[in-house]
Design a protein around this ligand. Sequence first.
Ligand code: SF4
Length: 311
Amino acid sequence: MESSFRDGRSISTRFDRYKDILMQHEGTIIRPPNEGSSILLQVAVGCSHNKCTFCGAYKGERFRIKDRETVSQDIAYAARHCRDQRRLFLCGGDALVLPQARLQEILGEIRGQLPWVTRVGAYGSAKAVGLKSDSQLMELRDAGMGIVYMGLESGDDETLARVCKHGNSEAIIHQGLRIKQAGMRLSVTVLLGLGGVERSSIHARATGQVLTRMDPQHVGALTLMLMENTPLHAQWQRGDFELPDAQGMLTELRTMLECTTLTRGLFLANHASNYLPLKVRLPSGKQAALEQIDRALAGHEPLKDERFRAL
Ligand code: SF4
């Protein structure tokens, strides 16, 4: 997946082809779909939790915060070569877990050297957000952090416990609301199929209800694909986990969307893993989207071929 350049920099061809990634990226670089045009500044390698049974993204990678010199060199590189990119994403499975002083240092350097950057984003787990006080979250916002991407995955506590996600739904709701109260945008990711066939409808309904309570500006619904290097894949092979089929996933999507009420937000299910690409503006677009899902369930809308689904 990686090819080296003469100056030792590397490019992760699997994820992006933009010049912004000609940086000293190590291991796996993952960013949300809507950060595809952002400067990708890696501040940590791996994920500090790394225990979710469905996630193979950072398996085998030991979590560590990248050293100051490397991050500074990458910011200097961006200052020379990324002058037309207005957004920057701090890469790392849970970049918000970095100590407050280090995050402020990085945000200060970004503001000083990349003054054209208008928004910085990062992944932040409920655990990482919980380690910051309200005033620290506001300090991050004032320093340029504009959006936090939080993985809810499921609103069903039984499902969260089974997949070893850190924290329960109440904790995730609480920390998500703190992000918004601090003045940052909140984006929440959920995962269709995570409850298996057994908890499919419970998972879908509970997730919609939790999303309603979090009321984020942005929801990203992905569809579970089992990765071979994960414990959940092993459970599936043993027959201990049954993955819903395309119809089952669509039914979940319908229930989840029906149970989700946002004041004003986007519900996106247009990730490469989804069978039916949807981009729904809530609350106005809900009814039309539900009707589209119903047409798909009745076989009147084409679904993405299994071969073209991807993570
Ligand atoms: S899903 Fe997120 S928190 Fe869980 S192991 Fe993967 S990167 Fe870490």
